[in-house]
Design a protein around this ligand. Structure first.
Ligand code: BV8
Length: 229
């Protein structure tokens, strides 16, 4: 069975990482759409670095751990006969830490930095600033950005995503408000015979495209749903 899963901030909420559009969705009074943009980075790079430094430090604190939903997805992927792709909009590493193998982080990764000049990626767990020396050319300062897809930038792996969606027998959307494109549109690439299931706390603008919409916390509904498959 070919299974494609799309996750959003809701799957990490119970691990302690705030979602974007819930009551705790603002940062210093700013919407993510206003901070996560190339224009904001040009205008005030230290402000954008501070936004990601805060989120990277929180992600690295010991109380932030994968929850039962992350773990259930990793266990399901390991089942025989399952061809599995986990597309995540999240920039945390909780799916990988839970043991998921075939993970496509379409909006980038918080624990990687990218060279502005060459696009080279580096694993990154410290703060970034305009004073950060380049790992290979220490005389160059401030030439790194977070390896994150900002608004107005093209998400990663779109060709692979479209191909997998077209071939999927089961498409599972978990913990996403389905307002950000092209992620919210992936469900529309599935074939008519594909089973489409949404697991979320609330209805979304895409709910009507799913055969089944399960309402409730991912940490309870995801393990239950996958166990019954
Ligand atoms: C693109 C990284 C072109 C950043 C993110 C004007 C100018 C420019 C672009 C646009 C524009 N107008 C529209 C656009 C397109 C734009 C867009 O869609 N904007 C929205 C706001 C309207 N999209 C883009 O710019 C994209 N790029 O269009 O390029 C292109 C495209 C294709 C081909 C060629 C060219 C780039 C979008 C990527 C932006 N980067 N992340 C960062 O994280 O700092 S998106 C950001 O929002 C996060 O990644 C997040 O994942 C994503 C979506 O949010 P969700 O994950 O859904 O989280 P949210 O909080 O919204 O919802 C959580 C849900 O979980 C809720 O429904 C809640 O009920 C539920 N929940 C909560 N707790 C639980 C739960 N469910 C279960 N259990 C629980 N416990």
């Amino acid at each position: 069975m070919r299974v494609v899963v799309l996750t959003g901030a809701g799957i990490s909420a119970e691990s302690g990482i705030p979602t974007f559009r819930g009551p705790d969705g603002l940062w210093e009074g700013h919407r993510v759409e206003d901070v996560a943009t190339p224009e904001a980075f040009v205008r005030d790079p230290e402000f954008v670095h501070r936004f990601y430094n805060m989120r990277r430090n929180k992600l690295l604190s010991p109380e932030i751990q994968p929850n039962a939903a992350h773990i259930a997805l990793a266990n399901f992927e390991a089942r025989p006969g399952i061809e599995f792709l986990l597309i995540t909009q999240n920039i945390d590493d909780l799916h990988v830490r839970a043991g998921s193998k075939n993970v496509l982080p379409m909006h980038g990764e918080l624990l990687k930095a990218r060279c502005l000049d060459t696009g080279e990626l580096f694993p990154w767990r410290e703060d970034l600033s305009m004073g950060t020396p380049h790992p290979k050319h220490p005389e160059r300062l401030g030439r790194l950005r977070p390896h994150i897809v900002w608004f107005g930038e093209v998400p990663l792996g779109m060709d692979q995503i479209e191909d997998a969606a077209h071939r999927a027998d089961l498409f599972l959307a978990i913990g996403t408000s389905a307002v950000v494109y092209p992620a919210a549109g992936i469900v529309q690439w599935t074939k008519p015979s594909c089973r489409r299931v949404e697991i979320n706390m609330e209805a979304t603008p895409q709910s009507n495209r799913f055969h089944e919409s399960l309402r409730g916390p991912a940490s309870q509904l995801v393990p239950k749903y996958l166990d019954e498959l």
